[in-house]
Design a protein around this ligand. Structure first.
Ligand SMILES: C[S@@+](CC[C@H](N)C(=O)[O-])C[C@H]1O[C@@H](n2cnc3c(N)ncnc32)[C@H](O)[C@@H]1O
Length: 331
């Protein structure tokens, strides 16, 4: 032991666990065994990297996250539990397979495929069938993709744990799970969510409702946040834009609006990607420095950062997930 604490960026030491061991740990909790079996036995190939990341001493925390996500996902919709499980896992397969295909094309062409914001709006955000799979699947990536799981840990441990509390704004809540954690982190937090997709708005609203959050504590509105945060007024104590800035043509508009709606103590959480493709990615960050420079030019100071290289066979060396905790730059 060299006296240094392990950081979130470090790969786990050698102890790879098996799907069977994971299921043994979960055996007492019937509610999640079905999900884990569907994920880890039904989709072994897709989940190998998640198993590769988990160390034995992380299983309890991991299963708590699985439980928290499945509790809300399984309570949503009118389907039987079996049908709901099938539907949600199909969403994860959609995300994972679509991502692998698109990323392979991106590596060849060097460009994202989505045409423009209007096309993404019509073909993705307004499509009920696409968004159902998209949102179920995206939420499951937080327990199925190592980098998304690490991102969620960073969000909890290095963002939610910090002051101030109070009025929270989330741009692009999508499935709404990050909004839920923010509301659960402190009973004094209230939340306004703005999302361009009517399906994301409905999904987030339903997720917060089934989780038992008092309706007086949140409001989720439909709107294009690139347009001055869709008319939101006032300043917020906390602002979250997770996996959103790469989904617009000019991320600067969102970053500048975030500064405008901040006060000097506001704590912001941003996450985005560098050289990672998806069905609705529009703005291509080609390096971590490009992200940092844009954030700085728009008036935000980075106070904490997590960089996660994309880890699979033919991933380009400069592909990253990145999460930032920021404050407005002092005036
Ligand atoms: C990848 S999801 C992110 C969901 C969640 N924040 C997360 O980190 O998992 C992107 C979300 O941003 C929303 N979005 C995209 N462009 C937007 C815009 N211009 N204004 C508001 N929301 C937008 C999409 O509808 C979608 O719900």
């Amino acid at each position: 032991m060299n006296g240094q604490l392990p950081t979130l960026n470090e790969p786990s030491p050698n102890a790879m666990i098996t799907a069977e061991e994971l299921l043994e740990h979960a055996a007492a909790d019937e509610a999640i065994v079905g999900l884990l079996e569907a994920l880890y036995i039904g989709n072994q190939r897709l989940l190998t990297s998640m198993l590769g990341m988990l160390r034995a001493d992380q299983i309890v925390e991991y299963l708590d996250t699985v439980r928290a996500i499945w509790r809300v996902l399984s309570a949503m919709g009118r389907d039987s539990q079996t049908a709901r499980l099938k539907e949600a896992v199909a969403g994860l397969q959609f995300h994972s397979i679509d991502f692998l295909r698109r990323q392979a094309t991106f590596v060849r062409t060097g460009d994202y495929q989505a045409e423009d914001a209007q096309a993404v709006y019509e073909e993705v955000y307004c499509s009920e069938s696409v968004m159902r799979e998209y949102l179920d699947g995206l939420l499951l990536t937080y327990i199925a993709w190592p980098n998304h799981y690490r991102l969620l840990q960073f969000y909890r441990n290095r963002y939610l744990s910090k002051e101030p509390r109070g009025r929270c704004l989330e741009i692009g809540p999508g499935h709404g799970f990050l909004a839920l954690l923010q509301l659960q982190a402190d009973s004094g937090n209230t939340l306004l969510g703005v999302d361009i997709s009517p399906h994301s708005v409905a999904f987030t609203d339903e997720l917060l409702t089934v989780a038992g959050i008092d309706r007086a504590r949140f409001e989720i509105c439909e709107g294009d946040a690139t347009n001055d945060f869709a008319g939101v007024t006032g300043r917020f104590d906390r602002i979250v834009m997770a996996e959103v800035i790469e989904h617009v043509e000019q991320p600067q508009t969102l970053l500048r609006s975030a500064v405008k709606h901040s006060h000097p103590e506001t704590l912001l959480f941003l996450s985005t990607v560098v050289n990672i493709e998806a069905i609705d990615h529009l703005y291509l960050y080609r390096s971590l420095d490009e992200v940092r420079e844009m954030v700085d030019e728009c008036g935000l100071a980075i106070v904490d950062e997590l960089d996660l290289p994309l880890e699979f066979a033919d991933a380009p060396a400069d592909s990253f997930e990145v999460a930032l905790v920021c404050r407005p730059q002092p005036q």
